[in-house]
Design a protein. Structure first.
Length: 189
């Protein structure tokens, strides 16, 4: 219930017109709606159902990295499903998978997953919750093609994904190796 101001505390001057009250009311109502929507979306993302399980992080991150780097499986949708904001990288992923360089990658081995604090994720330029990942991209027979590399994983909608920053860094190397210049499609800020 809204309480009335005492007469002494009432604002001095003319009483606002109906139109003047509407001008004040509309921005205030929009602010309340925006705040309510933000509160609902942030509460759903921070619920215990969406918090990462540290005991499962290693195997879940291993699965995401292995799915992405097993290029014997040419399924672009499967790759995009394990990349943060994967749909924005469809063109770059398709090009990478269809290249002659891709035929030698058979998966990934994740040796370490370290969950980071919000400030550590921010410093790494990846959203929180995140993890620092030590991994190797494997070739035929399990030999490392790119060994002991550092990347990141982010926890989005209840699952660990390879961070966009990590895959864009690798796509950048691929892009240069293919003789391309400029920014990798989908990797601009």
């Amino acid at each position: 219930m809204i309480s009335q101001l005492p007469e002494a505390a009432a604002p001095a001057g003319p009483t606002p017109t109906r139109r003047g009250r509407r001008r004040v009311w509309l921005p205030a109502a929009l602010a309340v709606i925006a705040f309510s929507a933000a509160a609902c979306s942030s509460s759903s993302s921070s619920s215990s159902a969406s918090a990462p399980n540290p005991a499962m992080a290693q195997s879940d991150v291993q699965t995401a990295y292995n799915t992405l780097f097993d290029l014997s499986n040419k399924s672009v949708p499967a790759k995009l499903a394990v990349i943060q904001d994967g749909q924005s990288l469809e063109q770059a992923t398709t090009a990478a998978i269809s290249s002659s360089l891709a035929t030698s990658a058979t998966g990934a081995s994740v040796s370490e997953v370290s969950l980071l604090t919000a400030s550590e994720c921010d410093a790494a330029k990846v959203p929180y919750p995140c993890a620092k990942v030590k991994y190797s991209i494997l070739g035929t027979g399990g030999a490392p093609l790119l060994g002991n590399t550092t990347g990141y994983a982010v926890y989005v909608d209840g699952k660990w994904l390879v961070s966009k920053a990590t895959i864009c860094g690798l796509f950048g190397l691929f892009y240069q190796a293919e003789g391309n210049t400029g920014t990798v499609p989908g990797c601009s800020s």
